[in-house]
Design a protein around this ligand. Sequence first.
Ligand code: ATP
Ligand code: MG
Length: 200
Amino acid sequence: MRDAEEHKKAMQSLQEEQKKKVKEAEHADRGLVLVHTGNGKGKSSSAFGVAARALGWGNQVAVVQFIKGTWKTGEREFFNKFPEQLHWHTMGEGFTWNTQDLDRDIAAATAAFEKAVTIMQSGDYDLVILDEINIALRYDYLDVEKVIAGVQSRDARTSVILTGRDAKPALMDMADLVSEMKEIKHPFQAGIKAKQGIDF
Ligand code: ATP
Ligand code: MG
């Protein structure tokens, strides 16, 4: 009985604390910068989850893909149903794990980021997803300071999500939110191939 009372008291105190924090917090008067990184699954799919949320509110969304997948993906098929609200860009040839052509990869990543900056500065979008841009940074196809400056030059209305493993520390410092997906277990380790509807 005593424990139950103590528990109730502790919960009440937590609730008070939380209420106070919520009351003191302010509404953002600008778009936010989110980084999804880490070696576990969920970086891109979480970003697309946010895109679905934004679409639900009638927001305008753009996706720039820095790695061109050769696979047809479920997210692309789905978002194609919202041509007025969501604009999808896969840059040129893009780069893939197997191009092994440094100059071409740098050119593709640079063109993709130039397009991204135009989109972020346009004032036409509430949310911009730079999918796998961290990979382009990791291989030095893009310069982190230039990417930071580009993101900071965005229209005040625009939030940006940058995804991919091995996010650069300077980028994470600049972001409002950083989430690290941590691999505990992944079916690939058990020899299971990527699955339609789950992985793509
Ligand atoms: P998702 O798009 O499913 O959210 P992600 O964006 O976190 O995944 P990426 O690094 O972009 O992960 O890798 C894309 C593909 O690799 C997806 O098919 C994903 O399931 C798979 N993948 C992600 N994490 C791992 C892992 N730890 N081991 C093996 N495969 C992975
Ligand atoms: Mg991804």
